[in-house]
Design a protein around this ligand. Structure first.
Ligand SMILES: NC(=O)c1ccc[n+]([C@@H]2O[C@H](COP(=O)([O-])OP(=O)(O)OC[C@H]3O[C@@H](n4cnc5c(N)ncnc54)[C@H](OP(=O)(O)O)[C@@H]3O)[C@@H](O)[C@H]2O)c1
Length: 253
């Protein structure tokens, strides 16, 4: 692996985001949102309906490092359904690493849904070490609780839609303030549109996709948000880009 920015160096792949920590925010905005996505060179966020074909080994490691660093993984329901999410329990090594940094052994999984169309017998809901949070709307909450209440904590966080700030505030109240958002594009767009994303980890895989795949953020209204480039790594053609929102502190080196 090569680091290209902020300074050039040849490194072992294992050095990628090693020891990654996410900052705690102050009392005025008590969370940190790190978005983690992969895209093709022509901007596709999926191929054949999933993201797995877009990035290689380094992208998978980046995702694992992010999951090691956060209190909670936030994800939209379509991503859970389409990507076939498994439990976030991780290897014994990752659990020990999290314990050593004062984090819970396993990050919580928080799924955003209005429909509640999630299978209570599917992998995210059936692992003994993982009880997901399901963030839904107030009108849907009773129905979603009937469906998922035995296997998840169902929380109302909005009226017509889950309201992003209400959802993040709820997570922070539970002590889940370091938030890793794994998409998908419609959830990302709402968080970016509301100016709630502090950091973006983006892998650009060495391929084009064409067709009608979504971008990594799609839907809602445009809100251009400048970013500051923090680091660039390259491995096997994957470009691993890390950006922060300009009002945040630079990455400690
Ligand atoms: N490239 C990448 O890194 C990456 C990452 C993640 C996903 N993806 C791809 O993205 C595609 C899915 O895209 P997507 O945009 O549909 O995914 P998504 O954002 O995960 O899911 C959208 C769904 O999430 C729920 N949702 C989102 N915001 C909500 C809100 N404010 N209130 C209530 N519910 C809300 C709704 O679920 P209900 O329908 O249940 O109401 C909505 O239909 C898949 O092909 C996946 O492979 C790519």
């Amino acid at each position: 692996m090569r680091r290209l920015h902020p300074d050039a160096a040849d490194l072992e792949l294992a050095a990628l985001y090693a020891g990654l920590t996410l900052p705690d925010r102050g009392p005025s905005r008590p969370w940190w949102v790190a978005m983690c996505m992969v895209s093709s060179v022509d901007g596709a966020a999926s191929t054949d309906g999933v993201s797995g074909g877009l990035g290689g080994e380094a992208d998978r490691l980046a995702l694992s490092r992010l999951r090691s660093a956060g209190d909670v993984v936030l994800v939209g329901a379509a991503t859970v359904r389409q990507e076939g999410y498994g439990p976030l329990v991780g290897s014994a090594e990752r659990r020990a690493d999290r314990r050593a940094r004062g984090l819970a052994e396993v990050p919580r999984l928080a799924i955003v849904t209005a429909s509640g169309e999630l299978d209570p017998t599917s992998a995210p809901f059936t692992h003994p070490q993982q009880r997901p949070l399901v963030l839904t709307t107030r009108p849907a909450a009773d129905r979603v609780r009937d469906r998922l209440g035995d296997v998840a904590d169902v929380v109302a966080a909005g009226e017509e839609q889950v309201e992003p700030t209400t959802a993040l505030a709820h997570l922070a109240r539970l002590g889940l303030s370091r938030i890793v958002c794994e998409g998908g594009p419609r959830l990302n767009s709402q968080l970016l549109g509301a100016g709630l994303v502090d950091e973006v980890f983006l892998t650009v895989g060495p391929l084009t996709v064409a067709g009608g795949a979504p971008r990594i953020a799609q839907g809602g209204t445009e809100r251009p948000g400048p970013l500051r480039l923090e680091s660039v790594f390259e491995h096997d053609g994957d470009l691993l880009l890390r950006y922060r929102e300009p009002g945040t502190p630079p990455v400690a080196r």
